[in-house]
Design a protein around this ligand. Sequence first.
Ligand code: PLP
Length: 228
Amino acid sequence: MKSAENIKHDLNAIRATLKEGVALVAVSKYNPAEAIVAAYEENQRVFGESREQELKGKHELLPKDIRWHFIGHLQTNKVRFIVPYVSMIETVDSIRLLREIEKQASKIDRTVDVLLELHIASEETKSGLTPDECRALLNEGEWKEMSHVRICGIMMMASNTDDESIIRREFQKASDFFDEIKQEYFADADYFKERSYGMSGDYLIAQEYNSTMVRVGSAIFGERNYNT
Ligand SMILES: *Cc1c(COP(=O)(O)O)cnc(C)c1O
């Protein structure tokens, strides 16, 4: 693990490059609680995790004013475990998942903020809804009856490539798609305002394409150890 001092330094260096109004989600997946504490001591409160069990452990251990964003692939059978305390689920990629969040949130009379995860990158491996699938989901309209989920915007990942022109094209598509569905479905919803894109390698570029939320992990915490 990077030293606490280095984490604090790099966190503040990244913050200094963020445009006003851009939120930083510190992606702490696969990093130990001590790494999160270092960032917390610098007043970081929003953290991103991708695995339900890992998130649960950290939630129980760490201060309760942390706002946890779930950013991994979420199985419907795991929804009920995170709904009581998660601050935002950024990876909604099906009506089934949305339905389950609504069901579990209504049981405990909570409203959960979510983002629709979009698949815009050309890579086959990326998850999420294609723009057409997303339009179909919104057109179908079942989501309008859901009073315990609040769709706050979109999330996407650009291709993992050195070709910056590809990354720019994908962010532009995401930005345009946000504008389209904002106008079509959420024109009167003030809360529909988030464009979650930009990671360690591309968050500076993402900000040129109206990102409001960047999810930065390794640039803050160092390389992840996937053997944990
Ligand atoms: C891991 C992850 C990140 C952070 O990636 P870095 O390159 O380490 O900044 C951001 N978003 C999602 C969805 C992730 O899974």
